[in-house]
Design a binder for this molecule. Sequence first.
Ligand code: SF4
Length: 425
Amino acid sequence: MVMKFSVCNLGCKVNAYEAESIAARLVQSGWERVQFTEPADAALIFTCAVTNIAAGKSRKMMHRVRRLNPDCVTVMAGCYAQVQDGMLEDAEIIVGTENKNRIPEYLEEYMRERKKIRAYTDLQSVCFDNMVSAQSDEKSRAYLKVQDGCDQFCTYCIIPYVRGRERSMDPDRAVQEASALAKTYHEIVLTGIHTGRYGKEYNVTLASLMKRILNETSVQRLRISSIEITEITDELIELMKEDDRIAKHLHIPLQSGCDRILSLMNRPYTTAEYYDKIEWIREQIPGIAVSCDLITGFPTETDADFEETFAFLKKCRFSFLHVFPYSMRQGTPAAEMAQVSSEVKKERAGRCLQLSGELAKEYASQWIGKKVSVLFEQSRNGYTEGYDSHYMYVKIPGNHPRGMLAECIIREYRDDAVYAEAAEL
Ligand code: SF4
């Protein structure tokens, strides 16, 4: 009898990468993957602990599975599983940060012995868990997780407490993985929890890894998922200038545009340092897209602090903003600070989202009449859509193959999208 399993990912790109990798291994070992709501022998929930809300969702998902599918073995994995607050005790299997790779084994063991399994991780001695990148026909680009953990301890963030110390994939292994992925995907996205800190234990840098991937594989586009302003080196920018295959977009978390708040967040830069660096990057690579993450309503943020942030966002001319209303996370220093009301958080987030639309339009407008290369992701409503090197979401008329990389000429910005026509197909 074929055993069935389902997967639910509640977290970030790194969580998604890990969930898909484990799912691929289960399928290879003869399990059948079904939709999350369908009856299954096992349900794998990759949890998130980044906010109280995310943790709550993880618990809710566990109870939902148990209600809909009482005989199903529930596997709780990921960051919230590592928190060990006793709220997931109903689950048959709980897997902490490091042991996700062993989920197929734990399932086998549980099916055999029917004894609950608790595989938490000692975060002081955690190693990099080499996972094989899952290949899926549904995707046009592949993620490659090369780094894990974080030593920065921003005051609002639980990740250093659940993912442990910074660690990296062996460079040779990373090039090998990238080489395999490049046979199927035109674009590879290097990802991690703190990607810019890749390679310390191997005495190499993210830029040197990227150089090897560009030299030793057939990758056509290489992208960095996000990188801290303090980790953007001359070496990296030199490489980005030299090689057209590197996506001309940097997603650089800002979090606040007010120095008082940045210091309360324990962020390692000032607004002046951040601004000077992105202006320098733009001088080096004209037209590069710079986007950021932003938290609104961080504890004690006043109206004046927020107006400072809002003005700074405009000054930085980002290509878009990822906006997150602050969400308290128990166990972090910021949770002990004076909280801002959720109405105010939401109102500030709303203003920033509107600004993000205006900034995206402004950024895209400089590309009208110019050529960009677009990686096609999907076709719908008579258009084929995908991201270009600058991470602009581009639509061109017609139905074109998913995963194709094509030159397109930008024609206009309309309804939060960039419209183009194919230069050659
Ligand atoms: S850099 Fe800060 S926000 Fe990012 S994972 Fe580390 S502690 Fe969290």
